[in-house]
Design a binder for this molecule. Sequence first.
Ligand code: NAD
Ligand code: SER
Length: 345
Amino acid sequence: MPIFGFDLRQLGCVIICWTELIVDAGNLGKMGAVLVTGALGQIGSALVPTLVRAFGPDAVIASDIRHPTSAFDHTIPYELLDCTDQDQVLDVVQRRNIGTIYHLAAILSAVGEDKPQAAWHVNMAGLAHILEAARLYDCAVFFPSSIAAFGPGTPRDGTPQVTIQRPNTIYGITKVTGEMLCDYYHARFGTNARGLRLPGVLSYSAPPGGGTTDYAVDIFHGAVRGARYTSYLKPDTRLPMMYMPDAVRAMCELMAAQGSRLVHRNAYNVAAMNFTPSELAAAIKMYVPDFVIDYKIDPARQAIAESWPRSLDDSAARREWDWQPGFDLDAMVSDMLAHLPLTNP
Ligand code: NAD
Ligand code: SER
């Protein structure tokens, strides 16, 4: 797998070659280091190494509320940072001379429904402090919204870029409010905030952090461990999904895009594939013929999934910053299984 990076930031252009996909991740904001919050989570674990390859190890600061585990690359600068503490956020941004913030710290949908007050506090106070730091220190901000920013009143098939957004989960409410707060900071203070409505993101390297789409990662671990998996979603529950290399590339490409082209800058629908648990099981069975799926439905996560889109219209992202996914269902399944050790009998 060719992985290399050139730091050409002075020219406003950084080229990363990752899993044979070319990414232009430059033009990230004013000169300065890149801060990633929630860096130990599922997406941060993939994003940080990509940014390090692009900008070098001294230009990327990983941070999280937790201490890093032994799996973390300890050559990368690290800050213990609770985003709900405004003083801590301002201190890190100033002391580390931060120019761009990828704000990933959050509580996800399923955990959020168990702890709604904590989800509101972490997701909203965290984002408010990051945007304030960005305003004061002139940083660019990436905000990951989600398909959860839509709700039961939204058209579920080919969900348009601009449509009804009345989510009924606390996580979704924080995401749609976050989109609006980013809009406000851009309109009121000129803050260079940009965002994506990510589908469920799948990866082999780091476990997901308590979402509704986690089954689509867990199923692969079940497939390689014992060729079995019990799904908590019904067989025909269709959701939009994306493989991690595409998700990381989408974030980098959006941050690199020419600002004058971005009409929907803070909340782009991005799509790659959509499938149901039974379709994913059938795709896995092509590689693990003995694989068996059964179903024990979790009513809470089933209700969340049924309030979300089944597929997204991402034509605005394609038009405004040339978004193109690289992985479909079969390519994703084949790559996931190639990277997970096959230990089933
Ligand atoms: P995750 O749960 O795996 O990671 C979140 C990280 O945030 C964790 O490492 C956690 O320790 C950290 N964190 C929690 N509270 C914090 C605080 N107060 N201060 C600092 N760090 C804190 O989540 P993820 O899957 O990596 O998601 C990253 C972002 O992308 C989130 O905003 C999420 O809503 C969004 N997103 C994720 C998906 C997905 O499928 N994974 C889809 C759409 C959007
Ligand atoms: N994948 C996330 C979740 O299930 C959606 O943002 O919570």
